[in-house]
Ligand binder design. Sequence first.
Ligand code: SF4
Length: 128
Amino acid sequence: MVEFRCDVPYPVEYKSGRQRKGRHEELQLCAQAVCLSEMFGVTVDRGAIYWHGSRERREVPFTDSLRLEVEHVAAAVHEMMAGSTIPPPVNDKRCRDCSLRESCLPNVVAAKGRSRKAVLELFEVMTP
Ligand code: SF4
């Protein structure tokens, strides 16, 4: 969601669960702010994350270091896309509430990887 404060966009990212460890939610929010800055031609210097599971809302200032990290992640994603390869799904507890779960199918893809590995190892000759 985007709120407006004195005509300046203020992104608010809604999460279904509770607050988690890590910077990934702040990075996502800051990336949204970068897009809003470019769309509206204004500086977006803060936003907020709301966790529905715990009914908490926290304001996130977009510091220089957070913006720099967003730049690095964006460059890494561009590089990955140029190489036409994507990393395998993490297939862990992060997937449980992920909105991409139905498209990503982490269980199926991870199982495919295990099957492929089993086929590749099927005729491996073991030496004593
Ligand atoms: S469902 Fe896919 S995109 Fe979502 S956390 Fe799991 S591996 Fe990542």
